[in-house]
Design a protein around this ligand. Structure first.
Ligand code: MRU
Length: 364
């Protein structure tokens, strides 16, 4: 996608042919800055500190992190150690494990002399695949937005509610939940987006609002608790969110607060779709609520908030009384029964094992 007329992906290899460049998402929306990663440790730090975030981009960064590790040592032991370090950075998004498994498979049984080159080739292919996959998700999701618009008799606008950031910043390009919105906007469908702020890290207010604004998509940032009210008053035509891990049963794990939006959507008859690439499906899990590991992050993300002061300086301030405990569960799981459909690169399917197998029969 473009930033000030320049086409960007969220991760790319520098002109030197080996260093890895990212957009520092901790600086958005107040500054657009890029970072150059040169070591495994820097790549792991970028994931852990959420300079990069979003399930597909976490996977892509891990793939390139392994490439950086191989520059130092191409042995099996070094690959295992690098994968273990990267896997430990964030527990919930399964794309991390998927990307590292893909990388390992491409290196296994390869002569040492070929490994570095093969790793960079595979990481680039994973990134290209993610961009193409997300664009295809956009095409399939566009049909849902267009249908909602036409069903309403083509009003002035069709309202989509989204949570967190599942836009191009969360992937290599296009995004998952926001890809259909970009496709709809580009196709002339008058789409308007309700953007949940998404406390505590505000990925909606900071990142989704920023990227939608850059593309010119009309949007309104709302506090996390507003969605239910909007739905009761007919102001949401459909919800589209992303996911960090979807169980084979269709249970969907996504940013904390997604479940409450799904409950409100269910109660108000608002379609609730989840957009995801194949790399986000965990075929080994059946019960998402029981089995998906939920990341717990630093309580300071809850007790503090960061923003730009009137003098332009970005400051972090405390919003809770000293001494109050805070808990920071980063994700929740929406049971499949609350999901109207899964929007994948292969089409839209019911949120169920049978539905997923209809699109991915090779997994039967
Ligand atoms: O903690 P984050 O910012 O990495 O969480 C991101 C999300 O929850 C996204 O909705 C999810 O990764 C889907 S992104 C395509």
């Amino acid at each position: 996608m473009k930033v000030d007329g320049v086409a960007y992906r969220t991760i790319w290899v520098g002109e030197d042919g080996w260093s890895v460049h990212i957009i520092d998402q901790t600086r958005l929306p107040h500054a657009f800055a890029t970072l150059r990663l040169t070591t495994l440790a820097e790549a792991a730090h970028a994931i852990r500190s959420m300079q990069v975030r979003g399930a597909p981009l976490v996977g892509a960064t891990a793939a390139y992190g392994l490439c950086l590790a191989l520059r130092e040592d191409v042995s099996d032991a070094a690959i295992d150690a690098a994968c273990a370090l990267l896997l430990a950075t964030r527990p919930t998004a399964v794309n991390l494990r998927w990307a590292l498994d893909e990388m390992r498979a491409s290196l296994r049984n390869r002569p040492h002399a070929e490994r570095l080159r093969a790793a960079y080739g595979r990481a680039a292919a994973l990134c290209d695949d993610d961009a193409a996959t997300c664009e295809a998700i956009g095409e399939h999701g566009l049909k849902l937005i267009r249908e909602a618009w036409e069903k309403k008799g083509r009003p002035e606008r069709v309202n989509v509610l989204t949570h967190c950031n599942a836009g191009w910043l969360a992937t290599v390009d296009w995004g998952t939940a926001l890809a259909p919105i970009y496709k709809a906007f580009d196709a002339g469908v008058p789409v308007h987006v309700w953007v949940d702020e998404t406390r505590p890290r505000n990925q909606g207010a900071s990142l989704s609002a920023w990227e939608l604004g850059r593309h010119g998509v009309p949007h309104t940032v709302i506090a996390d608790n507003v969605g239910g009210h909007l739905m009761q008053h007919g102001l949401v035509d459909l919800c589209i969110v992303g996911t960090d891990r979807t169980a084979a049963s269709g249970d969907v794990c996504n940013k904390i607060g997604t479940y409450l939006k799904a409950l409100a959507a269910h109660d108000n008859g608002v379609p609730f779709y989840v957009a995801l690439p194949h790399s986000t499906i965990d075929w080994s899990l059946e019960d998402g609520v029981r089995d998906i590991p939920i990341e717990e992050r630093d309580a300071a993300e809850v007790t503090q908030i960061t923003g730009r002061a009137p003098d332009g300086v970005v400051v972090t301030v405390r919003i809770t009384p000293p001494g109050s405990a805070a808990a920071n569960y980063a994700f929740d799981v929406t049971p499949a029964r609350l999901v109207s459909g899964l929007v994948t690169e292969r089409g839209v399917c019911p949120a169920s094992r049978q539905g997923l197998l209809g699109l991915y029969p090779e997994r039967a």
